[in-house]
Structure formats: C-alpha cells, structure tokens
Design a protein around this ligand. Structure first.
Ligand code: ZN
Length: 450
C-alpha cells in the first residue's frame, strides 16, 4: 500500500463497521485509517474524511467491514485430496480414515505439492475472509524444509500463519527425529526473523502415535525454545483407549504428566474427555480447539464444548482442514450443540466467545499485533462483505445477523496488514488460474503415487 507514497495511509470510508471491540461497537457509515500495517483511527466517515483529506481513500460503499477471521487449527497439506478416490474399502472408523487416507496422502507429498497445496488453500482463505491460520503440517516423505515451503506460500499470499510439523513415531525413529528437527529449525528461524506475519509452535501428532521417549525429548526441546505444542487430543475414542491400555490413564492425563499441556499449548478436538480431563485442561490453562465440521465428517463424536467453556477452559474454533471458511464452522457449531443437547438454547453465546474472543486470545500467543478487532493500534486485517442488513443491526443482535445473513454473504475485499489481497472479488497478487492449473497437474501425479 505504501507504493502510492511513503507518507500516505489508507482511509476506508462509508463502511458498516463491526468492530468486535470490548463494547461490540457497530458504526454505521464508519471509517478507519490504516497506516502501514495497523489501524490508527476509527470513527465516522464524516469526521475521518474531514481530518484526513490527503489519504488514499477506499469507499466501502456501505458494505459490512469486520476483522478478518482466525482459523485456530488447519492442515494446508490436505488440499490436493479434494475429489481423490481411495484405494481400499471406505474407512469405517477414525483410525482407518488416517490409515487409508491421510497417512497415505501425506507420505506421497513432494516439495511442490506442499507449496501448491498451501497456495490453493490460502486463496480459499482470502476468498472467505480468513486472514490468520494456525497450521499443522505433515509430509513424511519430504520433511526437511517443508515448513519453509508453507512459509513461502503464506508470504506470497500475504496472510498470517503459525506453522508446525507433526512429530509422530508412526514412521519410525528416523522420521520422528526429522520432524523434531524441522520444528526446532523453523521455530529458531521465526525467532531470529521476528516477522509480524509468521510464527511457529511445536507440532505433535497425538498421544497414540507418540512414545514416552519421543514426548520427553520434545518437551525438553520446547522448553529450551520457549514454545508450546500443537497436537490432536482425544479426537477419537481410540486415542483414549490406547493411553489407558499402554499407560493406565487417559490421553489428557498422560500428556499432562509428560509436560505437554500448558497455556501455550493447543489441544485440538478434545472430543473424548471426562470431568477429570477437563479439570486438567483448566488447571494447566491449556487451549482447546473445536473443529465441528471435521468431527461430524469423521463421525468421532461431539466435543463437550459448552461444558469446557463453562468450566473456564479457553476453547477456540478451527476447521481441521475441512474448509477455509470459518463462517461455515460457526454455523455448524451453532446447530451441532443444539442438536446434541436437545436444547435450542445451547451453543449461542458460546459461538462469539470461541470464534472471536478466544481465537483472538489464542492468536495472541503467536503474533505480536492485536488481531480480530477493529480499534486503533490493532492489525489492519479486514474483510468487506456484500451484506446490507435488511433488519436493524445492533451489537446485541450481531450474532443473529452473522448466522443467518453475514455468513452467507460474499467476501469482496480482504486486507491483511494494510495490504489489499482481494479487491472487489479479484485477487490482487496471486494468479488463481495458474495456481489451480499447476495444482491439478500435481494432484493427478500425487493421486497416482497415493
Ligand atoms: Zn487436525
């Protein structure tokens, strides 16, 4: 954006501004001023236009402007599986889904697949208003440098990303060591570079594919590196029964005993957790990430999200690679918990906490700028939606508009760190057709190797 003049900022005018700040302010005919990568002023169009006549202006023409969404758990590497046929009988349970689909796919990935798989998924993010992602990567056939490829895709796309490599003993000792090495190398790179757009955590697969020995090594290293973990926890009952059979305790208890849990760790799913497990998650201040569409799709069960939130556990929202569209996850979470509780009152206020407040706090573990809010000093990560409310829109009924209107509206413009990545439905920096064409070529080769 600085290309039009070093000193000039960007003034967005005539926006129906949903700030998601502490008071949930909505400013009709609002404006905001961006300088470099941050929002510096928020107010009415009349006031800001008068004060800043010299700035470059983007007229939002009454569109709804809100903070970009955060996806607290995804797998960019899964993109090229779209439409792929499996070679065996359809998987009948979660472990078979891993064995017959994901563990075969990730083994077959080569460097260029990793890059294009990420680029395609990131285009989807830009198109659906997701501006920050927390990714969990696996490519056992191409481990070393894999996170650099994803970082390259994220740079090219202009989004924010926190990356990690999934350490697992499923492929033997050498593979586990290579995964550990990739995490520590990339974490050190991020700590050295200190880029606002990029972060790292320490990736682990899940309790049932990790030995005590490997876990101990990772815990030591993560302590030295001063980072938390990003791993799947009790996604399926198989993870819990494995821990009980091998260690005589639940997966959550085992991970806590090994030192994996804590305030910087993301425990993904936590579908099969009991009261004691929830106490541990709360006591260790561990973050839980709920992925409702993935859980439904894998038939693994319904995470006790409402109970976890009521107990004071910070539960955020992710997609697990199922979609790039966080509005879809919000909509699914809304109906899933009503259905599972048999109570239409359940899972309403919880949505705003997970998708906005908690995801913002979780992103805050990794990124130095304030994300997910429109206020002076916060990151200029914004989306414009072609949504013109047909009924009164107020802070107290925003969720109703979000579920039944905004979530179905088209994202027209996506801005991250003050840079326009999509303007009026057109991607600014990426050649979508070229990327899709190359991804199709790579996918057909990948499907043969699968
Ligand atoms: Zn996952």
């Amino acid at each position: 954006m600085g290309r039009t003049g070093e000193e000039r900022g960007l003034l967005i005018t005539h926006a129906n501004l949903v700030t998601l700040d502490e008071s949930g302010r909505i400013i009709p005919d609002g404006a905001l001023l961006i300088q470099e990568s941050l929002i510096v002023e928020v107010g009415s169009t009349q006031r800001l236009s008068g004060r800043h006549p010299e700035e470059r202006v983007v007229d939002a023409q009454g569109q709804l402007v809100m903070p970009g969404l955060i996806n607290a758990h995804t797998h960019l590497y899964s993109t090229l599986a779209r439409g792929m046929a499996l070679k065996d009988e359809p998987p009948a349970n979660f472990v078979q889904i891993l064995e017959r689909l994901w563990w075969r796919l990730d083994k077959a990935l080569v460097a260029e697949d990793i890059l294009y798989s990420a680029l395609v998924a990131l285009i989807d993010c830009i198109r659906h208003g997701t501006t920050t992602i927390v990714d969990h990567h696996a490519s056992p056939g191409s481990i070393s440098g894999s996170l650099d490829l994803i970082a390259q895709a994220i740079d090219q796309a202009g989004l924010r990303g926190c990356l990690c490599y999934e350490v697992s003993d499923r492929g033997g000792c050498q593979e586990a060591q290579a995964g550990i090495q990739e995490n520590s190398r990339f974490i050190r790179r991020c700590q050295y570079e200190k880029k606002a757009m990029r972060a790292a955590s320490f990736g682990l697969h899940a309790s049932f594919t990790l030995s005590d020995e490997t876990l101990r090594e990772c815990v030591e290293l993560a302590k030295d590196l001063d980072v938390g973990f990003h791993l799947h926890v009790a996604e399926d009952a198989a993870d819990v029964s494995d821990a009980r059979a091998k260690y005589g305790k639940s997966a959550v208890q085992r991970l806590a005993d090994c030192g994996v849990l804590g305030p910087e760790t993301l425990a993904i799913h936590c579908v099969h957790v009991d009261g004691d497990d929830m106490d541990i998650l709360r006591e260790t201040d561990t973050n839980v990430i709920h992925n409702p569409q993935s859980n439904c799709n894998n038939g693994v069960g319904v995470a006790p999200v409402v109970e976890m939130l009521n107990r004071g556990i910070r539960v955020g929202l992710g997609s697990d690679g199922f979609t790039a569209n966080m509005f879809d996850e919000i909509r699914t979470a809304n109906i899933l918990h009503k259905l599972s509780h048999g109570d239409p009152r359940v899972g309403y206020a919880e949505l705003l906490r997970m998708a906005f407040q908690n995801n913002r706090d979780i992103a805050g573990l990794f990124f130095r700028d304030s994300l997910g809010v429109i206020r002076p000093g916060a990151a200029a990560d914004l989306i414009f939606l072609d949504y013109h409310p047909p009924t009164p829109l107020r802070p107290d009924n925003f969720l109703g508009h979000l579920l039944f209107g905004i979530s179905g509206a088209r994202v027209q413009t996506t801005i991250v760190a003050g840079n326009e990545l999509m303007r009026n439905g057109q991607l600014v920096n990426l050649d979508e057709e070229q990327i899709a064409a190359r991804a199709r070529e790579l996918a057909s080769k990948l499907w043969e190797r699968f």
